[in-house]
Design a protein around this ligand. Sequence first.
Ligand code: SF4
Ligand code: SF4
Length: 464
Amino acid sequence: MSLINLANDDFRNHLYNQTKDGKRLWIYPGRIIGQLYKLRSYFSYLLLTLLFGLPWIVHKGQPIFLFNVIERKFIFWGVPFYPQDFHLVALGLVCFLIFISLFTVLFGRIWCGWACPQTIFMEMLFRKIEYWIEGDDKAQRRLNESTWTNEKIAKKGSKHTLFILVAFAISNTFLMYIIGKPEWLQIVTGNPREHIKGLIVMLIFTAIFYLVFARFREMVCMVVCPYGRLQGVLLDNNSILVQYDHVRGEPRGKAVKMETKGDCIDCHWCVRVCPTGIDIRNGSNQLECIGCTSCIDACDAVMEKIDKPTGLIRYDSYNGVNSGTKLKFTTRIGAYSSVLVLIVGILTYLLITRKSWESTLLRTPGMTFQVDEKLQTVSNLYNLEILNKSMEDQTFTVRVDKPLELIWIGQKLGKIEKGKQVKTEFFIRTTIGSWKQGEKIPIHIQDNQGKEETLKTSFIQPND
Ligand code: SF4
Ligand code: SF4
C-alpha cells in the first residue's frame, strides 16, 4: 500500500516504543473520551460479560463451552465434540481462517481494535484502573519519574494489587474454559494439598496475565501476535482502515498570514492518545496500528475546537481518501466469499447430520473363523465400540438378520452414559453354506430414539 511521501521516514527504521539502540520507551497514552471510545466501551462490556459469564452457565449438567485439550473434550454452544469429530474441528478452523482473511481484506484490523481480548483487557480494564489511580498520561509520567514517597508507594501498590486481582480473575476464567466449572470449583474449594497442580497452573496463568498487562502491553500486538504480521499481505488500497486524510490535512501546521495550510494543525493529539505510540499521519498500514480509533476521537475533538469538519482521521480506504471512491468488490473478495460460502455450507451440513453417537465395528484382528462340526455352524468374532456423543444417557440395541445369529461374549449393549464409550465383543454365527462366500454381513445398531445405523463387515468361512 502506498504511504504518504514523507521527507523524514525515520519511523520505518525502528518500533515507536524503542529508542534507536533498542531500549524500550514506555508509552503513556493520553486519555480521550469520544463517540467511538464510548461505543467501544459499551461493546467491550458486553464481550467481558460474555467472557466472564459463559463458564458459569451449565446446560444438561455440562458447560456450554469447554476447550479441554488435556482430555481432548470440547463443547461448543452446548454441543460436545470428540476426537472422532476432528474433521469438523479442522473444517471449522479452515472456515475461521478464511473468514478472518476476508474480513481483514474488507475491514482491516477492526477485530484488533474492537474485539481482541488483548485490546479489551488492556484498554478497558487495566488502562482504566491505571487512569483511575495514577491519573492521565502526564500525571503517570510525573509519578514514574518522581522519587519514592508514601503517595507513590500507595498508588503503585494499589494499582499492582488491582492488576494482580484482575489477572487472577482472568486466569480463573480461562481455567474454567479449559477444565470446566465443576473441576475448577473442586480446585478452589477443596483441600489445597489435593489440588497442587491445579493451583500451580492458576498461579502461572495469573503471573503471565499480570506481566502481559502490567509490563509487556503493546509489545504483544507489535511483536508476538501473528495476525498483526499478516496485515501487510491481506490489506489493499480498498481496505477500510483508520486513515488520516492527507489530501485534506497536508501541508500540516498552523497557518500564518498569507500561507495556505491543510486542516492538520500538527497539534500531535492523535499521537499522544495512541496506545502503541504511532503517528497515524505516517500512513494507515503501519504494523503497530491496532485500529483502536483513539486518534479519530482525538482529532475530531480538535477539529470541533478549531471549527473545521470532523473526520480528518476516519474509517476509510486509501483509495477513498485519494479519490472519493467507495469500497470496491474485488476479485479477491469474490473468491474468498465463494470459498467461505462453500465451506460454511459443508460445515453446516455436517453439523446438522452429525449423529449423537459413533460406532466402530471390526472383525477381531488375527482371528480366523470357528467351525462347530457338531452343529454345522461357522462363526466370526467381532469388536464393537460405541461412543455416546450426546449430553444424555442413551440405550442401544444390536441385531442381525436371519440366517445370522448374534452371540454376546462381552457386555451386552444397553445404557451408555453421556460422553462414555463402551467396547464389547460378540460372535456372528450361521449354518455352514447359508451365507454367500465373500459377501459382507449387515449389523444393525439402534438407539432409543429409533435411529438406526447398519454397518457392513466381512465374514470369513471355509471354502466350499
Ligand atoms: S489530532 Fe488531527 S490536527 Fe492534531 S496532529 Fe493529529 S491529525 Fe493533525
Ligand atoms: S494510530 Fe490511531 S487507531 Fe492506530 S493504534 Fe494509534 S490511536 Fe489507535
